[in-house]
Design a protein around this ligand. Structure first.
Ligand code: APR
Length: 255
C-alpha cells in the first residue's frame, strides 16, 4: 500500500469517527472546474493586479474595475461547474459526515454541488449589492452589458457581493468559522496556501482545540508542516474520489 493509500484510509477512519467535521476550502478546489488559483502557476495575481479587488480602487474608477471584474468573474468563470471534489463534499454532508463548509471561494460551486451548510468567508460573486441603498440582486438579473451597473431602486453603484481588499469579513461567516474551529473533531483543508488573513487562522485555531487536520493539495502549503496531521498530496478531484471510495464503501480489513 502506498503512503497516499495509507493516508486515505487513515483519513477515512478519522472522518467516520468524527462527530463534527468542517471542510475548509480555497481556490485549489475549483481549479479543476476551470477557475485558476490566485497564486502559483497560472495564478490570477500573475496576470492581474490584486488592486483590482481593492475597495478604494473600485470606488475611484468603477468602470475600469468593473471591466476587469466582468472579464474575470463573469465572462470567463461564470459558467464554471462543480467538480468531483465539490460533489464528494456534498455527498459527505448528505451522509452526515460533513457538518459545515467554510470556503474562501466566491464561485458558489459548493452550493451548486448541493452543499447546504456553506459559509462564504469572502462573500459570493453570484450576488451584487448596491453601495448606496444595500439592495441585493442576483447577478443573472443585472445586465452587465452596461458598466458600471446601477441599482434599479436608487441608481447607486452596484458591487459584486464579495469582500474586496480593505473590506471587513461579513459577521455571519466569521462567527461560523470561529465556532467551527472550536467544535470540529476534523478540519478537512482543501486547496489553499493559507496566505491570507484572517481566513488562514482557522486551521491553526482548530488544531489548538484538538482537531485532526487533513489536508488535500498537490503542493505543500503554509499548513503542511505546521498543523497538518494527514497530508493527501494530489489534486482535489483525485484525492476526494479516493476518499469517497474509502469512506462510502465499508473497509474490508479491520486495520
Ligand atoms: N487541487 C487542490 N489544490 C490545488 C489544485 C488542485 N487541482 N491546484 C492548485 N491547488 C492549490 C495550490 O497548491 C495552492 O496551495 O490551491 C492553492 C491555491 O492557493 P491560492 O491561489 O493562494 O488560493 P487561496 O489560498 O484560496 O487564496 C486565499 O487569497 O487573493 C485572496 O481572496 C482571495 O480567497 C482568496 C485568498
Amino acid at each position: 500500500m502506498t503512503l497516499n493509500e495509507k493516508n486515505i484510509h487513515k483519513a477515512a477512519e478519522f472522518l467516520r469517527k468524527s462527530k463534527f467535521t468542517t471542510a475548509y476550502t480555497g481556490a485549489g478546489i475549483s481549479v479543476e472546474s476551470g477557475i485558476p488559483p490566485f497564486r502559483g502557476e497560472g495564478g490570477l495575481w500573475t496576470k492581474y493586479d490584486p488592486n483590482l479587488l481593492d475597495i478604494d480602487h473600485f470606488i475611484q474608477d468603477p468602470l475600469r474595475a468593473w471591466e476587469i471584474i466582468k472579464e474575470i468573474y463573469y465572462s470567463h468563470f461564470g459558467s464554471a461547474k462543480p467538480n468531483k471534489a465539490h460533489l464528494v463534499l456534498a455527498e459527505m454532508e448528505q451522509r452526515g459526515l460533513l457538518g459545515r463548509t467554510i470556503t474562501q471561494n466566491i464561485d458558489n460551486l459548493h452550493q451548486e454541488a448541493g452543499c447546504k451548510n456553506v459559509f462564504d468567508f469572502h462573500g459570493n460573486s453570484k450576488r451584487l449589492v448596491c453601495l448606496s441603498c444595500h439592495t441585493y440582486y442576483a447577478v443573472t438579473d443585472v445586465n452587465l452589458d452596461h458598466l458600471p451597473p446601477a441599482c434599479r431602486q436608487c441608481g447607486g453603484l452596484l458591487k459584486p457581493d464579495y469582500v474586496f481588499f480593505g473590506e471587513s469579513i461579513p459577521q455571519i461567516p466569521l462567527s461560523a468559522a470561529y465556532e467551527a474551529a472550536k467544535i470540529s473533531d476534523v478540519f478537512l483543508i482543501i486547496g489553499t496556501t493559507g496566505e491570507v488573513m484572517p481566513a488562514n487562522q482557522f486551521p491553526l485555531i482548530a488544531k489548538e482545540n484538538g482537531a485532526t487536520i487533513i489536508e488535500v493539495n498537490p503542493h505543500e502549503s503554509n499548513y503542511t508542516s505546521a498543523v497538518t496531521d494527514i497530508f493527501l498530496q494530489g489534486k482535489a478531484t483525485e484525492m476526494m474520489e479516493l476518499l469517497a471510495e474509502a469512506l462510502f464503501t465499508p473497509s474490508l480489513d479491520n486495520d
